[in-house]
Design a protein around this ligand. Sequence first.
Ligand SMILES: Nc1ncnc2c1ncn2[C@@H]1O[C@H](COP(=O)(O)OP(=O)(O)OP(=O)(O)O)[C@@H](O)[C@H]1O
Ligand SMILES: [Mg+2]
Length: 259
Amino acid sequence: MIEIKSLKFSYNGFPVLKNINENIDKGEFVGVVGPNGSGKSTLLRCLDRILKPQHGKIFLNGKNIQKLSRNALARQIAYVPQKESNTFPATVFDTVLMGRKPHINWMPMKKDLDITSKVIEMLDLTDIAFKDINQLSGGQRQRVFIARALAQQPEVLLLDEPTANLDLRHQMEVMNILKSLTNKDITIIIAIHDLNMALQYCNKLIMLKDGEIFAKGGKDIITTDTIEKLYDIKVNIIKENGRIFIIPELEESEIKYTN
Ligand SMILES: Nc1ncnc2c1ncn2[C@@H]1O[C@H](COP(=O)(O)OP(=O)(O)OP(=O)(O)O)[C@@H](O)[C@H]1O
Ligand SMILES: [Mg+2]
């Protein structure tokens, strides 16, 4: 259970998160959506304690995350950034094995190697397990960092745009893997732009606008009105076989242009 209480965060005095209050239950699959710059990545980075909020507190299972040791935090929360930069040369296997670090005392045990192999297989990385991560495509690298977070076996997984670089098949596979983890009581919070993907997989949505929660709840918060206000565009919402699809409306001139 995560409790976010009166969270405020500013970069150099510029407020980015303005009084965020939210409770997230174990096993929830939360999609944080909202325009560029609305504060999604900042929120995830506060949750992983990379950023220290100037005001407010975050509790994980009743404990203030600021009071946990780095190792205790890493055993409970894993974070996959929007873009991982400055990666040192290392094989895919060794990078994923790094996820086991919070659980390893001295040397990796057989269990650590087994978990690493298992997540490498889950994320379809077996064929490239001994390639250097700096020689991979954007989507392959993205899957390596997701695998590293899974190897960490946390209670809470934070992923910033996990499917942004992935092809359609791997988007579905990653989202299916994440969904299956929520059945084991792992809580997942993702920042995601693809609203249709969020609707299909997340059981809860948080809409961020200008650093504030603009709307939150289940699929029912997705209406033409909320989407239009959030992104300032016109959309159509289509319901088919119990699924909802959001389709942006094209301006008359744009349609002519594409012809
Ligand atoms: N390191 C930083 N220093 C100063 N300002 C920052 C920094 N990182 C982000 N910001 C600013 O904070 C605001 C929120 O950024 P954030 O990255 O959280 O947005 P986001 O919702 O994740 O956007 P996107 O959809 O583009 O990923 C933006 O105005 C951004 O310019
Ligand atoms: Mg972001």
